[in-house]
Design a protein around this ligand. Structure first.
Ligand code: HEC
Length: 96
């Protein structure tokens, strides 16, 4: 009878952490999904680490990121609107 709930507890805790991350992200970007957050993170690392160390999303507020990104998308030569949206939503969802 003892010990049979331990593995179940771990996966529940993992789910709760994911839910907390998603709830806080959705306060800034309503309706964003975990998949979009993960993909945004991947593309951000891929496209934005070439010239300088990556800045933490929490370095700037949701209001500060868009004008910075306008400049950086030009520098990074990113013109695809889906790519821009993924990076923008990821950074705003995790902003200060
Ligand atoms: C071609 C090189 C290059 C690429 C690629 C690049 N950056 Fe930059 N970034 C710079 C330079 C140079 C600066 C510092 C001088 C400046 O602000 O223009 C900078 C500064 C920054 C800053 C600090 C701005 C501030 O006001 O303190 C942030 C944040 C930033 N970049 C984000 C990004 C993001 C997000 C991407 C990906 C979309 C990106 N960068 C891609 C060259 C680049």
């Amino acid at each position: 009878m003892n010990g049979c709930s331990s593995s179940k507890k771990n996966s529940t805790e993992e789910k709760n952490e994911t839910n907390i991350e998603l709830i806080s992200a959705r306060k800034k970007v309503p309706g964003i999904t975990m998949q979009q957050l993960r993909l945004g993170n991947k593309i951000y690392i891929r496209d934005c680490s070439g010239c300088h160390a990556l800045h933490k999303p929490s370095e700037f507020t949701a209001e500060k990121w868009p004008p910075i990104l306008d400049t950086m998308f030009v520098k990074a030569k990113i013109s695809d609107s889906a790519t821009k949206a993924l990076i923008t939503d990821y950074l705003i969802a995790k902003s200060k």
